[in-house]
Ligand binder design. Structure first.
Ligand code: ARG
Length: 303
């Protein structure tokens, strides 16, 4: 059982690492980077300067000129679930953006800025945030969203900007000491619609614990609350929020042992290639120049 689980996890890891950054085609397992054809040195010193249009045609909005449109002209609507610290949470302090803060929020502010769009954050349940982008209610979902193949069928994913890992939180003194102990008829709390729910509710043959052993909550904090109330024995959730919950509540700890490593990406609706390309080049610039890392470091103390 343990061996099978480890094998499945390794496989899941390979699958999840292989992609995230596909651009809408069905060949999602292709590597993101196209083979580099020429050395950078080979480039002509004087890059052909594109004739700069002196006067922009006034009627054409910036986004349209760049080849993409957004749900609302001039705006970049992000659907998210702002109950996922330190990636997105409700906040009204200094540095908050319209009542929200976190890693994804700061990345989104910078992306919108680069694209010359006004960022609008639409906070809802996590599963609804995924649906919103597919229904043309938002331009992108940015929500500590893990790439996986199933989601890739209905959305297009950006380059990955961070990684996460599923972990198990248990109360101190629990008789659950390893992940295998979860199989002893335990109840597991998760956030609805997340990869944590998918893994936990999967069949034991597939390394899960079966859906009868899983209770799904609207967000991670509610799942943790349910555990503190004794309604579930453990919570499976991403390590980022898990660390925050353990810090904020006495009497909880994480189990040793690693579960699946995941890639966080933003996603647009399937086929919204031009918007994805615009977002991706802005995001890739921010990864290359260290902006993304400094945002992550601000929220997650570098060990
Ligand atoms: N990484 C997990 C997933 O993609 C959980 C994300 C939950 N995000 C949130 N903002 N609540 O399924």
């Amino acid at each position: 059982m343990k061996k099978l689980l480890a094998m499945l996890l390794a496989l899941a890891m390979i699958l999840s690492l292989a992609a995230c950054g596909g651009s809408g085609s069905s060949a999602k397992t292709e590597p993101t980077e196209a083979p580099v054809e020429a050395e950078p040195e080979a480039e002509p010193t004087e890059a052909p300067v594109e004739a700069e249009p002196e006067a922009e045609p006034e009627a054409e909005p910036e986004a349209e000129a760049a080849g993409y449109t957004t749900v609302e002209e001039g705006k970049l609507i992000m659907s998210t679930n702002a109950a996922f610290p330190p990636y997105e949470m409700v906040a009204d302090g200094e540095g908050a953006y319209n009542g929200f803060e976190g890693i994804d929020v700061e990345i989104a502010v910078a992306l919108a800025d680069k694209l010359g769009l006004e960022l609008v954050i639409d906070d809802m349940d996590f599963d609804s945030a995924l649906v919103a982008v597919q229904n043309g209610k938002s331009d992108m979902v940015l929500a500590g969203l893990t790439y996986n193949e199933e989601r890739d069928k209905v959305m297009d994913f950006s380059t990955s900007y961070a990684t996460g890992q599923q972990v198990v939180i248990v109360p101190d003194g629990s008789d659950i000491e390893t992940m295998d102990d979860l199989a002893n008829d335990k109840m597991i709390g998760v956030q609805r619609g997340t990869t944590g729910e998918m893994y936990a509710a999967d069949t034991p043959e597939n390394g899960g614990y079966g859906e009868d052993h899983v209770l799904a909550y609207d967000n991670g904090a509610l799942a943790v609350q349910a555990m503190l109330n004794g309604q579930v024995d453990a919570v499976i959730i991403d390590n980022g929020p898990a660390q925050e919950y353990v810090k904020a509540n006495a009497g909880l700890h994480l189990l040793d042992g690693d579960w699946v490593l995941e890639n966080y990406c933003l996603a647009v609706d399937e086929g919204n290639t031009q918007l994805l390309e615009a977002l991706n080049s802005a995001l890739e610039e921010m990864i290359a120049d260290g902006t993304v890392q400094s945002i992550i470091d601000k929220y997650i103390a570098a060990e």
